[in-house]
Design a protein around this ligand. Sequence first.
Ligand code: ADP
Ligand code: MG
Length: 325
Amino acid sequence: MASPEFNLIEQFFTHATAQRDDVVLGIGDDAAIVNVPSGYSLAISVDTLISEVHFPKETPPQAIGYKSLAVNLSDMAGMGAKPVWATLALTLPNNDSLWLTEFSQGFSELAHQFGVQLIGGDTTQGSTLSITVQIFGLIKKDQGYLRSAAQVGDLIYVTGTLGDAGLALKHWQENLKPTTDESQFLRKQLDYPEPRVTEALALQGLVHAAIDISDGLVADLSHILDRSQVGATLHTDKLPLSLPFKSLVSKTDDLMLPLTAGDDYELILTIPQIHQNRVQQIMRSFECDLTCIGAIEKQLSLRCLDGNKKIINIKQHGFDHFNET
Ligand code: ADP
Ligand code: MG
């Protein structure tokens, strides 16, 4: 007789995602077997989400399923890799089939959207809900977007808008319910971030360095600067902000969110100036905006300028500049 664990896997995961020709053996054996096409390298990344650490307890299971894959797809986007396979390690406090139904809906919806097949995993019981997703992606040989590849003169671009997820999280922590269209938009940005995989792949051959924004623009751009041994100037008046963000940002403190808050899962891309027009042309076919916010420079470290080209001091808890106004 099949064990409850086996039934659970069969019911919720075996057929839940895309079915790919390059999977020789998927869920059901001691290990999965896959074929990596010649001329490609494998990009591998893993992320764990723990209840109360990475998401509030009351997060809808569908959003948890979606986000646990989305954050991994975003890592693939940051590498310029095409995500193809995933594994899923779940630790569950109990065998709650309603929770699992909704979780697997969120997970599989996104997996189908990006043609990713779930090829294996592990299911265990434990006191704290924890989800680990490992993602596998394909990169054409030597075409990856490395953090170390930014060059002096590159323009710095970001996809989408910044600060939405950070403001939603703040509202959540302040116990503000998302009752208006604007606050619901922000909450959706937090729970259902859109991984920029397609956009990243469309720009192949035009990008030097890239990273996805999980810890905040300044922190993540600094990783590129450190690894590439370069500096940069950012024009903070150019930061792309959504209309809901602008309408709901109330405290001056919140104005630092687009620079310092995480969870947006947008991309930072450094692109040589000669590709500027081509990049803008390609991005016209996407709904997602791509905004130039600065440039890579020889002088080390990061300089953030306001609209009057005055340097803003970014402190952990806010901008001096914004606190003055
Ligand atoms: P083993 O005892 O060999 O580790 P398991 O009983 O843990 O095998 O898993 C049986 C099969 O189901 C394996 O192919 C495994 O990869 C897969 N599996 C287990 N849990 C999950 C999960 N949460 N998601 C996807 N596949 C899973
Ligand atoms: Mg196992």
